[in-house]
Design a protein around this ligand. Structure first.
Ligand code: NDP
Length: 498
């Protein structure tokens, strides 16, 4: 760490991408910038490596991925330091992020064979003379494009599952967090030194675009909805399948029978961890009228105690300098729309930091309610009852996660949320449960990472039938006779005609 740059702003100098700390401007690392030809070459090399990797089988891959997982666990403090310096994330938040990623590597490695491996499937009376076989084969090379806000958890959410399924992976980390991406790739190479199975290409958005067009067999994108549209358009040119983990504006609903202390604690954590720069972070809250005032008081009391600063604080700097304008704009818009800041407010934005801000009674049309703020800010609005809360929560094109605090109606409310995930009496917890799928609906994307669905996302279903006896009712052949067809008609009427 030598030169000091504009804090948090990545720069390119002599074909090197220089990553900097958003808190101090200290250099966090420099990485070669790839051009289009480099990206293609990397993908070509990955294709050969992928064949070798697939050839190791589930057992060989599991053994190596578990060693990789052990290496991450042993060096967790070192990786947390990289994430902290480069993105400004408090060390404790970085540790939690990496713990979650390690859990996903472990689960994906241990379960890939069971979920994706060859199996017999039942045949039915029609075609009973054939056995059915199913397996999920690797796509080949999976391109992973990641954001900066969770530079370990988000790429691993795709990469670990893709690798366990037998694919090679080429990662394009965000230009704001190349060091974390390179660390992951380098650590993997320590346990798999033979072939470039997991590699990275660095640069700005154009390098991500080049990866989309490079001939990868699948593209897993995590980032904003606006970029997701560009990624899909680029992938459409070659019919490259895509997985989209887009943005969100997750809501929390506080019902009348909620434990308000627990709700306030989880709300502050869910909204302000990582300085609010969390795709599944709580950004808006709907609390029913009977508990609204007490709930707001508890949130303000807790959020007001959070410390803000570079080292040892609860809330670190905002990673992307330009996000500060967005956050300021949303706070201003909330107040202009008739909302009130009961904590923080416009003066809370003190670059590169934003102090906790709680806004109440904000108009639903305000950008503060409709668009991703990505800061330690919350809007809390009063609703008549849980039904109104659900209607408002579901009113946006986004549908990533969500949270419900309550007792009697909590499960039914969670099920009615138009989102891919929900947590009851907690926030964000579904992200850490490796057995559950992760992903959104609407503008938040499609496809799933994590869990069994996440493994299947990175395998192609291969269906095989095998004859095991002569056909009693031959149908799929020109050898069939009119009598065979008549018997077929009779059989189908007996079986399904009632
Ligand atoms: P961006 O969409 O700006 O960038 C995401 C990635 O795409 C970066 O690596 C970026 O590179 C790259 N990229 C930029 N332009 C292109 C292009 N034309 N073609 C291909 N790739 C491109 O998102 P952020 O990095 O700002 O991340 C924050 C967003 O990510 C938020 O919206 C957040 O909600 C979302 N997110 C979603 C998650 C989920 O699981 N659903 C999880 C975490 C975040 P570069 O950085 O070099 O521009």
């Amino acid at each position: 760490m030598t030169a000091v740059h504009v804090p948090g702003l990545p720069v390119i100098e002599a074909d090197r991408l220089i990553s900097t700390s958003p808190a101090t401007g200290a250099e966090a690392g420099r990485f070669p910038v790839a051009n289009e030809a480099d990206v293609r070459r990397t993908v070509d090399r990955a294709r050969a490596a992928g064949e070798w990797w697939a050839g190791l089988g589930f057992t060989g891959r599991r053994e190596r991925m578990l060693r990789w997982r052990a290496l991450l666990a042993k060096r967790i403090e070192q990786l947390a330091e990289v994430v902290h310096v480069e993105g400004g994330k408090p060390i404790a938040d970085a540790i939690v992020e990496i713990v979650t990623a390690i859990e996903h590597i472990d689960w994906a490695a241990r379960n890939a064979s069971r979920v994706l491996g060859p199996r017999r499937v039942r045949s039915r009376l029609i075609l009973a003379e054939f056995s059915g076989h199913l397996e999920y084969q690797p796509h080949g090379v999976v391109g992973v494009i990641g954001p900066w806000n969770y530079p370990v958890f988000t790429p691993i959410g795709s990469a670990a599952y893709a690798l366990a399924a037998g694919n090679a992976v080429v990662l394009k980390p965000s230009e704001y967090t190349p060091a974390a991406g390179q660390w992951l790739v380098d650590s993997f190479a320590e346990v798999v030194p033979e072939q470039p199975v997991f590699t990275a290409v660095h640069g700005l958005g154009d390098v991500g675009a080049a990866l989309c067009r490079s001939g990868v067999d699948k593209l897993a994108f995590t980032g904003s909805t606006a970029t997701a549209r560009k990624v899909m358009a680029a992938c459409a040119e070659t019919l490259t399948p895509v997985l989209i983990e887009g943005g969100g504006k997750d809501a929390m609903i506080v019902d009348s029978d909620a434990d308000l202390d627990a709700a306030a604690e989880a709300c502050v954590w869910g909204g302000m961890t990582n300085a609010g720069q969390t795709c599944i972070g709580i950004e808006r809250v709907y609390a029913v009228d009977s508990v609204f005032d007490a709930f707001v008081d508890k949130v303000v009391a807790r959020a007001g105690q959070l410390t803000v600063g570079a080292e040892g604080s609860d809330i670190g700097p905002i990673t992307m300098p330009r996000q500060l304008d967005v956050i300021r704009g949303h706070i201003d818009a909330a107040i202009a729309s008739g909302g009130r800041a009961v904590l923080g407010g416009p003066s809370a934005v003190q670059p590169p930091y934003v102090h906790p801000t709680v806004l109440v009674d904000v108009a639903e049309e305000s950008a503060a309610v409709r668009e991703e703020t990505f800061g330690p800010t919350l809007t809390i609005n009063r609703v008549r009852d849980a039904d109104e809360a659900v209607t408002r929560a579901n009113a946006l094109p986004y549908g990533l996660g969500g949270s419900v605090f309550g007792r009697r109606r909590a499960v039914s409310i969670a099920r009615r949320l138009r989102s891919g995930m929900a947590s009851i009496n907690s926030t964000l917890t579904f992200a850490g449960m490796s057995t559950l799928p992760f992903g959104g609906v609407g503008d938040s994307g499609f496809g799933r990472i994590h869990g069994e669905d996440g493994l299947r996302e990175f395998g192609r279903a291969k269906a095989i039938t095998r004859r095991r006896a002569r056909s009693l009712l031959p149908s799929m052949t020109f050898e069939r006779t009119p009598t065979d067809v008549a018997r077929l008609v009779k059989a189908i009427k007996v079986m399904y005609g009632r």
